[in-house]
Design a protein around this ligand. Structure first.
Ligand code: PMP
Length: 360
């Protein structure tokens, strides 16, 4: 068996140790004679798996007691509509910060339910920057402020947490959750699709402050109500049991690595190696404002775009997978989430060097 280096933006690389552990437990979970996939979600055995995953996540992120952790389905995209449905209350509008493709999608969906005020945007810079705090035009009557701390496609990551006063801050952390320490108490709600830093696709994690668990707008499906899900401990219906279990294994793996602070250090190291190589090269460029370059998603373009296809073919032959940029922007993108080891980044840089020498 040869495992290759996987730079996919998501579903993304999982820690090898986690895959081995899941493999070893697959047919017979802890002597029960069945796989975790085949268990009732209401069995005491499965409930213990689910609860352990939640408490490990709480510990990793230092989640205060007045926040609920929900394990849901539907991806981050479902949250784009669930957020206004659940958080609008009697308010007429919500503030959104637009820093790229994912925040734009969140805005488009929210407009179906609530008046959206774009409180800040980096569209003018073709989404290579983020608006500064003093440029945000926040409305103190907004139901909430939504932003995307890390834009996965163009590789732009906020270098600050917006200050929103009494208005709850909602963050789509799909592509940077658990990549570095954050103060959860600054947020009303955090959500993330699992398929990057948490586990397999099909699971979505929501962290929400108790006071925001209010009745959603009329006719909201029960399964879309945060309150109903929280009241049922995320088991209002059958949850994505295998994804939840695997997320739990990733959380245990993170703890064994030294937790989020250790990841933070490693992510700094991996990203700075790759960006400094790109910046010192005549052949590769990254257009993003240095202060807000993503540590998770590193897009770069070749001086000769006609070589894109060749780059990807040769990279794949060299065991470096999934380096194509998002279909909407082209070029390349290396996603270097928690589970991508430093050795993968070293191998990528070596390959990029060789490619530039041969074809540059
Ligand atoms: N938000 C961000 C920041 C993302 O990166 C993605 C997926 N790449 C999404 C939302 C959409 O997630 P999903 O496919 O889980 O709906």
């Amino acid at each position: 068996m040869t495992r290759k280096y996987n730079f996919s933006a998501g579903p993304a690389a999982l820690p090898e140790d986690v895959l081995f552990r899941a493999q070893s437990e697959l047919l017979d979970w802890q002597g029960q004679g069945l796989s975790v996939m085949e268990m009732s979600h209401r069995s005491p055995e499965y409930v213990s798996v689910a609860k352990k995953a939640e408490s490990d996540l709480r510990e990793l992120m230092n989640i205060p007691d007045n926040y609920q952790v929900l394990f849901m389905q539907g991806g981050a995209t479902s949250q784009f509509s669930m957020i206004p449905m659940n958080l609008m209350g009697n308010n007429v509008s919500a503030d959104y910060i637009n820093t790229g493709d994912w925040s734009s999608k969140a805005i488009k969906e929210a407009k179906r339910y609530i008046q959206v005020n774009v409180a800040g945007s980096s569209e003018d810079s073709n989404f290579t920057a983020v608006p500064a705090q003093d440029e945000l035009q926040l409305d103190s009557n907004a139901a909430y402020v939504h932003y995307t701390p890390n834009e996965t496609i163009r590789g732009v990551e906020f270098d600050y947490i917006p200050e929103t006063g009494d208005v709850p801050l909602v963050a789509d952390m799909s592509s940077n959750i658990l990549s570095g320490p954050i103060d959860v108490s600054r947020f009303g709600m955090i959500y993330a699709g699992a398929q990057k830093n948490i586990g397999p696709a099909g699971l979505t994690v929501v962290i929400i402050r108790d006071d925001l668990l209010q009745a959603p707008v009329d006719k909201t499906p029960t399964l879309f109500s945060y309150k109903a899900i929280a009241d049922a401990d995320s088991m209002l219906n059958t949850p994505p049991t295998f994804g939840w279990y695997l997320a739990g294994l990733v959380f245990e793996w993170l703890q064994a690595q030294g937790g989020v602070p250790a990841m933070d250090k490693l992510n700094d190291l991996k990203a700075s190696k790759l960006y400094s190589y790109i910046d010192n090269s005549d052949f590769y460029t990254n257009p993003v404002d240095i202060a807000v370059r993503s540590r998770m998603n590193v897009p770069f373009i070749l001086a000769k775009p006609e070589l894109d296809k060749l780059f990807l073919t040769e990279a794949t032959s060299a065991g470096l997978l999934n380096l194509a940029g998002h279909r909407s922007v082209g070029g390349m993108r290396a996603s270097i989430y928690n589970a991508v080891p430093e050795a993968a980044v070293d191998a990528l840089i070596e390959f990029m060097q060789d490619f530039a020498v041969t074809h540059g």
